[in-house]
Design a protein. Structure first.
Length: 260
């Protein structure tokens, strides 16, 4: 654990020291002159704020769409015994193993035919499709933990399947929904390859692509600005994690739901 923790801490230490150093290098060292010029250099609308907003749109839209579709797909897989249930789950599991680079060529061709190149909505749809396999598996596992007796009681009162899902099941699995949402959001937030291929206009590119601007020609890298940009780039995800964790704190949503 100490070795693994050390491997994670070292890059973070470099980010902090390099972002405050007037002459940063790849070496981890205390800055001789502490400066905020690196942060000032990246605090530009076209370099930071617009890409961050694009990242919020892409990651947020992908996470919301994934949670909704994964919930609808996981509910029958969790509650009903179907002949196609296991084959479908194995097909979904196979989908999680496909490398994104292997399918980008046909996807790009499809996007060209559908006129979805340089479309934020089209990119969100593809990111959602690529996130759904693992999201369905996770959502089903969380949904299996909700007692089916609660749904039986709702059905006795005349509630339909959709109403039961929305008003009974989903509120009781808020922690699971939060896990799927954060997992999907982080995956989409840090995705470089898909937006780089499908979004051509700089006005639509997220921060994961915009950070590429700090890698110059012939191996030149603006280390200080890269470190400062990386720190600012990571703050929204950290803020989301803290916000969701505090909002879900406390006793379990299932506490007192059924008698043991």
């Amino acid at each position: 654990m100490i070795v693994i923790g050390f491997l994670f801490v070292v890059p973070l230490v470099w980010l902090v020291t390099a972002s405050l150093d007037a002459q940063p290098t790849l070496a981890i060292k205390m800055p001789e002159v502490i400066t905020l010029d690196n942060f000032a250099a990246v605090m530009k609308p076209d370099l930071l704020f617009l890409p961050l907003w694009n990242s919020v749109l892409l990651a947020g839209g992908t996470a919301i769409a994934t949670v909704v579709l994964a919930s609808l797909a996981a509910y029958p897989l969790s509650r009903y015994k179907m002949r196609v249930g296991k084959p479908f789950l194995y097909a979904v599991l196979f989908g999680t193993c496909l490398p994104i680079t292997a399918i980008m060529v046909p996807v790009y061709s499809l996007f060209v035919q559908l006129n979805l190149i340089d479309s934020v909505g089209g990119t969100i749809l593809f990111l959602t499709a690529s996130a759904l396999p693992i999201a369905i598996w996770m959502m089903k596992n969380f949904m299996d933990g909700v007692p089916v007796e609660l749904e039986h009681a709702a059905w006795m009162d005349g509630a339909g399947s959709m109403r039961t899902l929305v008003q009974i099941v989903l509120p009781l699995m808020r922690p699971g929904i939060a896990v799927v949402f954060i997992f999907t959001f982080i995956q989409a937030w840090g995705n470089f390859f898909v937006p780089f291929v499908l979004l051509l206009s700089p006005d639509y590119q997220p921060a994961a692509v915009s950070i590429f601007n700090f890698f110059g020609s012939f191996g030149a890298v603006a280390y200080g600005q890269l470190a400062a940009y990386s720190i600012v780039y990571s703050l929204p995800v950290l803020g989301l994690y803290v916000l969701v964790q505090r909002g879900l704190g406390g006793p379990s949503a299932l506490a007192g739901a059924v008698k043991g």
